[in-house]
Design a protein around this ligand. Structure first.
Ligand code: ADP
Ligand code: TRP
Length: 342
């Protein structure tokens, strides 16, 4: 047996924002720092998952590479020999396994996925894609191909992980123990030590900052001009309470600024709250967060521009070769189990 696998992916459906960075990318970088000696880390871009809802296809290829560059700029050591980086569509076994798993997933259980229901509501039955319906089953294939035990995910993906476990258990019971069943949600949270960080939109702080929602003034993109980002922070929606408090329910805008501030300063939320609590100048808080964001973006962007795209592509292609071998081996086991191969 090789090392246990930690696997995660970040879609390339649009540009990455500070919420993705703080909530998804940095935790992976930290995982690699803490665990790289004992685990294999699969960090991939689910490019096939990136157009289940409409996107600008002229940007897809480059956005996929950019995602990986952002990980590298954030500190992921892509040259670590126990870390694989790859693009989903470059490993055809993902799509083939997804089809096979489709036939062992029930229409009813797939129809219960909240993300599918939300998207159906948003787009309507006649325009929500079948790809959106199949989304969690392709995701199950992404995970099961590599026997991944640990799958760091945002809380909105819990149901998809649970479906993956159900499919794996069903398959293992019907055939033989072909798949490693990923650990259950609670254990995943303990493993990643992931407090559920949700950065909110600066404009509509009841909602999360999201690349899937058109909200340019509420969203700080990692590619924003630092001065542009300052303007967004300075015009963030707050409230009329008049006193700073960490109270996400009643003061979501102010609480969001405190959260961002804590993460950018790398201090605990409690420490940051005690810095600001009971102060009355929202302007001072905004000013302070704006400065932090400006510095953070300037640093990040200079690291990003130092990433050598050719070096990244070389590592990517070499990893994709190795990953194809691993994935094809697992696929063959599955094909044999279902009677497609002898
Ligand atoms: P988006 O909602 O921006 O389209 P995705 O749904 O593709 O982003 O999520 C990509 C990753 O980023 C997931 O791990 C998700 O949990 C994380 N993420 C997305 N938005 C936020 C946010 N506002 N705050 C923290 N993490 C986030
Ligand atoms: N659905 C995940 C998200 O939106 C992205 C994803 C696709 C993924 N396949 C995966 C994450 C496999 C982890 C493992 O965040």
């Amino acid at each position: 047996m090789g090392k246990p696998v930690i696997l995660t992916g970040l879609r390339s459906n649009d540009q990455i924002h500070i919420g993705n960075y703080l909530g998804a990318i940095l935790p992976i970088v930290k995982l690699q720092k803490n665990h790289s000696a004992d685990y294999q880390i699969n960090m991939f871009v689910p490019d096939l998952h990136s157009f289940t809802t409409p996107i600008d296809h002229t940007m897809l290829y480059q956005n996929t590479l950019n995602n990986l560059k952002v990980f590298a700029a954030a500190g992921l050591d892509i040259n670590n020999s126990d870390t694989f980086i790859y693009r989903q569509s470059f490993i055809p076994a993902h799509s083939e396994l997804a089809w096979i798993l489709d036939c062992f997933t029930y229409f009813g259980e797939a129809s219960r996925m909240i993300e599918f229901k939300d998207k159906s509501k948003k787009f309507g039955d006649s325009t929500v894609s079948v790809g959106q319906f199949n989304y969690p089953i392709l995701m199950a294939a992404d995970i099961l191909l590599y026997d991944a035990k640990w799958v760091p995910l945002g809380e909105d993906q819990q149901q998809h992980l649970e479906l993956t476990r159900d499919i794996a258990i069903r398959f293992n019971n019907k055939f033989s123990d072909i798949f490693t069943v990923p650990e259950e949600w609670k254990k995943q949270l303990e493993f990643t030590n992931r407090s559920s960080i949700r950065i909110k939109s600066l404009r509509n702080p009841e909602n999360k900052m999201s690349k899937s929602i058109q909200d340019p003034n509420g969203t700080i993109l990692m590619s924003d001009e630092p001065d542009e980002a300052v303007k967004k922070v300075m015009s963030a929606t707050t409230d009329s309470v008049g006193k700073i408090n960490y109270d996400p329910k009643n003061q979501p805008g102010i609480s969001n600024l405190i959260q961002i501030s804590a993460l950018l300063k790398n201090v605990s939320l409690d420490d940051e709250i005690s810095t600001w609590i009971d102060k009355t100048s929202y302007g001072d808080l905004k000013q302070s967060v704006a400065e932090l964001v400006k510095q953070f973006l300037a640093d990040f962007q200079s690291k990003l521009s130092a990433i050598d795209e050719n070096e990244l592509k070389t590592k990517l292609e070499s990893d994709e070769k190795q990953v194809n071998e691993i994935a094809n081996k697992k696929l063959l086991d599955v094909q044999k189990a279902v009677g497609l191969r002898q």
